[in-house]
Write a new protein. Structure first.
Length: 134
């Protein structure tokens, strides 16, 4: 059940970021495909973080997952439907995936891992302060 919550929460968060980004940058409407992609990435990040992987490695798993999903979904959209969901302008392949964005995803995933760990730390401290067992 926790993976379902992570999938839904991650999907909604990713979609919200995409909507805000496209609005600020003036790139049109966001695709609803961003929600399942974000949900999948959240499940992967938290799966590895649950195993207490080093934060950079948990984030790397998220960045690799994001890039592979962009490659899969973007390729299907472009080559089968003729629809471009996004276009990367720098070091990229077919405008579908880009090296610079891989590192941006890695940084964003690292932020998610560190924020989660910080929240867990403060929740643990709060429980200890209230005298409750862990």
């Amino acid at each position: 059940m926790k993976h379902l919550y992570r999938f839904v929460g991650g999907g909604l968060a990713y979609l919200l970021v995409e909507i805000i980004w496209r609005y600020v940058m003036g790139h049109g409407a966001a695709s609803l495909l961003m929600a399942p992609m974000g949900g999948t990435v959240a499940v992967v990040i938290f799966f590895f973080d649950d195993k207490k992987w080093f934060p950079l490695l948990s984030a790397l798993a998220g960045a690799v997952t994001t890039t592979l999903l962009e490659l899969l979904v973007g390729s299907i959209a472009v080559f089968h439907f003729g629809v471009r969901l996004w276009h990367y302008g720098r070091i990229n392949w077919q405008g579908i995936i880009a090296l610079d964005w891989f590192f941006i995803w890695w940084g964003l995933c690292l932020g998610v891992v560190l924020a989660r760990r910080l929240i867990q730390y403060f929740l643990k401290k709060r429980r200890e302060t209230n005298g409750k067992a862990l």
